[in-house]
Design a protein around this ligand. Structure first.
Ligand code: GLC
Length: 446
């Protein structure tokens, strides 16, 4: 499937590219965090593609160390979506001017470890990687507390997560007002320090900072430069000191200059489990009180992206809303190894087995309903193959089919979306009818 989604070629100026589209035709470009996840999977089968995917991502960046959230290589942004992409102008940009959860150094280290056929890979981009993480520190941490900020909700990759509702309100990712959020960043030339100084809609996001810290650790190991390890520790300490809520036993994102905690329980609240430095007492609380709690995150399928107890929790399909409940495979990929580390192997196995069932029944979908296991949204979705990375076997040398790229058709996509919408509506109507019938039974005399 990844081979079918692979795109390669070169631009008019000769710049080569090679990367995996997340899911054609819906997602045809190169997305930063998707590419890191794809490379992590490719490294088991064809490490040269993993390397090419990461090199391409790096090539899409600027000389000052900035790397875009989305890069348009072979295919420009369509006219309908272009105004909603955070680009400098509506036409002609090669990439967006905003970031996505920065896990490039982590992916680089994992791929380098699987590259005995190209030992130079490990060291070939160290200057560029340093520049990238230095850019993030310089531009995204103006208060210098070790936590970087996002200025658009989709910069975390968790676009419409309900944790962002109180901050972005009418400018939320799924509302037309998002256009204005983009436009006002455009007017300030995406100068993040200026945007953070002028507007209060910015967030020190827990998930983003977990991946940032893990990547700084990787960069420390790749370069042998102690500074990056110390920077990682600083970020990890700040997460515990500023974001941990001892009473609720969860981590909260911090919003605005006042660092207001966003008290909505999403998988991001559990993400620090992936940090090697997390105190064990905190880890056990996250696991026992939340991740394995039947009313919260212990669902029949995968790990829900929002606690089932939250009023905003939504298990099924919804147009433009994808991070309000469904189970995603990257969530499982981040959290399951932590479960094993702390001795909850049976639960880890149960969750992985439920995901295998999901994929066997529905293929690699973008996300799944955690309650009934229905496969939802895009088909042939790249990072859902991360499941392979959890299976523990040795990959390598798998035959990549020789057939051409998978292109898909917009008509099929629309048909599938229509079927999902109809299914969801029918379920809602059924639920309502059942509730009405129950109420009528209660009212019946006798
Ligand atoms: C959706 C997801 C985002 C992902 C993108 C491409 O917008 O929310 O995290 O990067 O699709 O797959």
């Amino acid at each position: 499937m990844l081979a079918g989604n692979w795109r390669h070629g070169s631009l008019a100026d000769g710049t080569p590219y090679g990367f995996t589209c997340p899911a054609p035709p819906r997602y045809r470009h190169q997305w930063y965090w998707d590419s890191c996840f794809h490379a992590i999977v490719w490294r088991h089968f064809q490490p040269e593609r993993a390397r090419e995917e990461l090199r391409t991502l790096m090539r899409g960046g600027r000389l000052d160390g900035f790397i875009p959230h989305t890069i348009f290589w072979h295919d420009r942004a369509g006219w309908r979506r272009a105004p909603f992409y955070a680009t400098h102008s509506l036409r002609g940009n090669r990439g967006t001017a905003h970031i996505q959860t920065p896990l490039l150094a982590l992916a680089w280290e994992l791929v380098a470890a699987r590259s005995p056929d190209d030992p130079g890979f490990r060291g070939e981009a160290l200057d560029a990687l340093r520049l990238h993480y230095d850019w993030l520190g310089r531009h995204r941490d103006p208060d210098g507390d070790g936590l970087i900020s996002i200025i658009h909700p989709d910069e975390s990759g968790l676009d419409d997560s309900p944790k962002y509702d109180p901050v972005f309100g009418w400018m939320s990712h799924y509302l037309p007002g998002y256009f204005w959020l983009v436009e006002r960043s455009r007017r300030l030339r995406y100068d993040s320090r200026a945007i953070i100084a002028r507007y209060d809609e910015h967030i020190e996001d827990v998930l983003v900072n977990v991946f940032y810290a893990l990547s700084l650790r990787s960069l420390g190991r790749l370069t042998g430069d102690e500074t990056y390890r110390l920077r990682a520790l600083r970020t990890e300490r700040a997460l515990v000191e500023l974001c941990w809520d001892e009473e609720r036993g969860l981590f909260w994102d911090l919003a605005g200059a006042e660092q207001t905690p966003l008290r909505v329980s999403t998988w991001s609240s559990l993400a620090p489990l992936a940090l090697p430095s997390l105190p064990e007492a905190i880890a056990r609380r996250l696991i026992e009180e939340h991740l394995l709690h039947a009313d919260r995150y212990r669902a029949p399928y995968g790990i829900p992206s929002v606690s089932m107890e939250e009023p905003s929790f939504q298990a099924g399909w919804h147009l433009f809303r994808c991070w309000r409940g469904p189970s995603w495979i990257n969530t499982v990929w981040l959290l399951v190894p932590a479960l094993r580390r702390f001795g909850y192997s049976d639960d880890a196995d149960r969750i992985v087995a439920s995901c295998i069932e999901l994929v066997e029944r529905h293929g690699f979908r973008e996300y799944y309903n955690p309650l009934n296991g229905e496969g939802l949204a895009a088909r042939r979705f790249g990072w859902s193959t991360l499941l392979v990375d959890l299976l523990g076997g040795e990959g390598g040398g798998a035959d990549v089919p020789a057939d051409g790229p998978f292109v898909g058709s917009v008509r099929d996509e629309l048909r599938a979306m229509g079927a999902e919408a109809a299914g969801e509506t029918a379920r809602r109507l059924n639920r309502r009818a059942a509730a009405a019938a129950a109420a009528a039974r209660r009212l019946r005399p006798g």
